[in-house]
Design a protein around this ligand. Structure first.
Ligand SMILES: [Fe+2]
Length: 399
């Protein structure tokens, strides 16, 4: 499909309706999405606690690209492209490891943690190593969360780091640790997974476990009074006074949207768990449970939900035009010990059961969207945020 055909398809898309089938099935649209969205957006790669020591690294992979995320110094993380500058071999083959030198197994070219070539045998006397470095991609750390961007001229993440970072300060996520991380691969186009995350219209029918404790599942609970009460209690508990709302539509640069918004839990619930009771020690400097939780977002495909005792980060990514992955990270206080301060299964239960349900819903949705008989349908007011995502997406394709 040519660019002008994509533009026509976008122009023909009515507002507040699900999208034309071709957005989900056309391989060329998928290629355009890769270049225009994923190669230019800030993407969540992992948490700083996954590379605690200098030399620790792990790989981030997307669309055939592989990036080595390495702790180069106490306060420095580098994102080095996993392609040797000799003849292009992958250097790191494992998913993670630890080494202050990165050696390509093909011909032994060896690089330091800055990506500078340090050793290459039998290259002759006039061979100059000094100007050979691994390619890098941009890498920033926001409250301990490592984000990368493949574009050299990417919009800066700094305004997000400053603003959202200040909102997140009381959670002290840079000193948190990963209690669990799990991939939920799905047989569905990535947009169906993000569309589903962006709305809670499906929560009441599909997520009884979530709906028991979270007010978003029921629009009638959206009373201003409950929001205001929870907001005031949050401030009393030491959380940020301000909230942030740079939605898809008003992001300062391409794909740099971010949000930070609180909402109430159902009365009697302190956190997201089976019985609403705490599952881990209070995070950071938070003084007490305030009766709510906080959604936040960084860039177009990373979302998170912060409770007072844990945070779940949702990072979506395409695996192909018909497959995607939802990578979930559970963060707890850095000094919390499994089995003593928190029970792993109790901690993970809600968002595992909810995501397994989402995976089923999204895969069924994908089957229907791929049907000969699929036609776009009208969205509910409860899907307004899904529409924001879709309109941003359509603009991004045209950009
Ligand atoms: Fe869901």
């Amino acid at each position: 499909m040519e660019q002008h055909e994509i533009e026509q398809l976008v122009a023909a898309q009515p507002k507040m309706r699900s999208m034309d089938q071709r957005f989900y099935t056309d391989e060329e649209i998928y290629r355009v999405e890769m270049e225009k969205i994923f190669m230019r957006s800030w993407l969540y790669a992992g948490h700083i606690s996954e590379i605690p020591r200098v030399g620790d690294w792990f790989l981030y992979e997307l669309d055939g690209e592989s990036v080595i995320i390495i702790r180069a110094a106490e306060d420095k993380v580098n994102a080095l492209v996993n392609v040797c500058r000799h003849r292009g071999s992958r250097l790191c083959l494992e998913h993670k490891g630890r080494s202050k030198r990165l050696t390509c197994l093909y011909h032994g070219w060896t690089y330091d943690m800055e990506g500078q070539l340090r050793a290459a045998a039998h290259m002759g006397d006039d061979f100059d190593k000094s100007n050979i470095r691994l390619r890098r991609v941009q890498c920033e750390v926001l409250a301990g969360m490592i984000y990368i961007n493949f574009a050299e001229d990417a919009a800066s993440l700094q305004p997000t780091i400053d603003d959202l970072g200040a909102c997140l300060e009381p959670y002290d996520l840079r000193n948190a640790k990963v209690a669990h991380r799990q991939s939920y691969p799905m047989a569905a186009n990535w947009k169906l997974a993000v569309e589903n995350y962006c709305e809670c219209y499906h929560c009441a029918p599909a997520h009884p476990e979530y709906s028991r404790g979270h007010a978003l599942a029921d629009p009638d609970q959206k009373h201003a009074e409950a929001y205001e009460r929870v907001h005031q209690q949050a401030i009393t508990c030491g959380l940020s006074q301000r909230q942030a709302d740079k939605n898809y539509a008003d992001a300062p640069g391409f794909g740099t949207c971010y949000t930070y918004e609180r909402y109430p839990l159902v009365r009697g619930h302190l956190t997201g768990s089976k019985d609403g009771q705490p599952v881990a020690p209070l995070l950071g400097t938070i003084k007490d449970y305030f009766g709510g939780c906080t959604d936040f977002q960084v860039g177009p495909v990373t979302f998170a939900l912060a409770y007072c005792d844990y945070v779940v980060i949702y990072a979506f990514k395409p695996l192909s035009h018909g497959r995607s992955d939802c990578d979930i990270t559970w963060l707890v206080r850095g000094d919390a010990e499994a089995g003593k301060d928190y029970d792993h299964d109790r901690l993970v239960w809600l968002w595992d059961v909810t995501t397994e349900a989402d995976k089923r819903i999204i895969e069924r949705n994908a089957e229907g969207v791929n049907s000969r008989f699929y036609e776009p349908g009208p969205l509910s007011f409860m899907e307004a945020f899904t529409w924001e995502f879709l309109s941003w997406y359509q603009d991004a394709l045209r950009a």
